[in-house]
Design a protein around this ligand. Structure first.
Ligand SMILES: [Ca+2]
Ligand SMILES: [Ca+2]
Ligand SMILES: [Ca+2]
Ligand SMILES: [Ca+2]
Length: 408
């Protein structure tokens, strides 16, 4: 072996031993998939996903539907105007991070979550030019959480505290504005959980959250979102009972209050409120059954996905009242097959609407989910929407959605 070859061999050996050290310092346990480094535990998760969609009539958005479009021939609408769509936008990537203690606060556990997908509706809503092959990422969750015994503090973006459940179908728009309330938004949340009796626990959470994070309401179009302009955060509160009736039932009651202010008056008003009250329940009478429901009423709900997307009537300056809810029943017939069915309704007060306003939005659905193991999960969903419009003909749409996923 000449000197040149010796040096090459040495270099290769050195590189190999450095790589081995790096791997051992960030050891991965094959069983848990958890990486450990610097006292932190890190685990990645996500899925590759394709959605194929067909509907026999137009919805307000192909991929992210809230309601059926009006089918009023006397107004020149086309009836039963079908469409197809296919997209990989619900492909998801995330990680969970945690540590058992904070060096200067030993009793405290620290957790964090980061999650993105590519369903960036903001771009399509604002008429952006994003193509269906150059999808932009969307931040879903980015938050940290500190837990010290029974107390938690959460800071970042995650699900609304109110209306925490969602139906088994429509992973794009979650039956929002069809009875399901609650999106994701930036917030700071304090929580207290305590054992009550048996396995039953009580929960009390309070959150200060960003108004307008969802509907971006700027009624006076002055470039300042009206929620931010109010100078106060949205308040959300929820009281819950976990593991009632031998672990079969979780219950919660909740509400929110939000404030909006405009610089220029809208129909004489520059001050608007948003509020809701509701309940959620999850019942699992046997391991193969899951029954979920949410019921609510409130006003000016467009920012939390209610009122069929209608918050303020800008002709009268009044907040639009609405009530609604949904129920979803799932039954695991085989280890690999779950059948679900549900119904949702969002019913604004007709008196708060002008001609053409969405008076009601109802849907029923059937979901079929096939879990073949190893993360290969596919499903076929059917949803039928009926949307009614003030003094105009209604719209009906039947939507079929096939999806294929590889989850890890
Ligand atoms: Ca919900
Ligand atoms: Ca404004
Ligand atoms: Ca109505
Ligand atoms: Ca139709």
């Amino acid at each position: 072996m000449n000197l040149r070859n010796t040096i090459i061999v040495l270099c290769i050996n050195l590189t190999a031993s450095i790589q081995a050290e790096e791997i051992s310092s960030a050891q991965e346990s094959k069983d848990t998939g958890v990486l450990e480094f610097k006292g932190n535990k890190l685990s990645f998760y996500g899925m590759l996903r394709m959605d194929l969609i067909y509907a026999d009539s137009k919805l307000d958005h192909n991929q992210f539907p809230f309601f059926a479009k009006r089918e009023d021939k006397s107004l020149g609408d086309k009836e039963n105007d079908e469409f197809i769509d296919m997209h990989p936008r619900l492909t998801r990537f995330g990680f969970d991070l945690s540590r058992d203690s904070i060096p200067m606060w030993e009793k405290a556990k620290l957790q964090g979550k980061f999650e993105i997908d590519w369903q960036n509706r903001a771009t399509s809503e604002t008429g952006g030019t994003e193509s269906e092959s150059r999808q932009l990422p969307r931040l879903r969750h980015a938050f940290l959480k500190v837990t010290d015994s029974e107390f938690t503090l959460l800071a970042g973006q995650t699900w609304d505290l109110i209306a925490p459940l969602f139906p088994s179908v429509n992973a794009d728009s979650l039956m929002w504005n069809t009875g399901n309330l609650g999106d994701r938004r930036p917030q700071i949340r304090g929580g207290y959980t305590t054992a009550l009796w048996g396995a039953t626990k009580g929960q009390l959470d309070l959150a200060l959250a960003r108004t307008g994070a969802v509907d971006r309401k700027d009624l006076d179009a002055n470039g300042a979102r009206d929620g931010d302009d109010s100078g106060v955060p949205m308040i959300q509160m929820r009281v819950g009972l976990i593991s009632l009736v031998e672990n079969m039932l979780d219950l919660g009651i909740w509400g929110h209050q939000g404030w909006e202010e405009t610089t220029n008056r809208i129909a004489g008003d520059d001050d608007f409120n948003s509020s809701s009250a509701g309940l959620d329940a999850k019942f699992t009478p046997a391991p193969e059954w899951i029954i979920m429901t949410e019921i609510w009423s409130g006003k000016n709900l467009s920012d939390i996905r209610g009122g069929v997307g209608q918050g303020i009537n800008t002709t009268t300056g009044d907040e639009i009242m609405s009530k609604g809810g949904w129920v979803d029943v799932g039954y695991k017939i085989y280890k690999w097959y779950t059948l679900s069915a549900g119904f949702g309704s969002d019913n604004p007060d007709d008196g708060d609407l002008n001609t053409g306003g969405r008076e009601s939005n109802k849907a029923f659905w059937i979901g079929n989910k096939f879990d073949l193991g190893g993360g290969f999960i596919t499903g076929l969903e059917f949803i039928r929407w009926n949307t009614t419009f003030k003094n105009q003909d209604d719209g009906d749409a039947n939507r079929f959605n096939l999806y294929l996923t590889y989850q890890f």
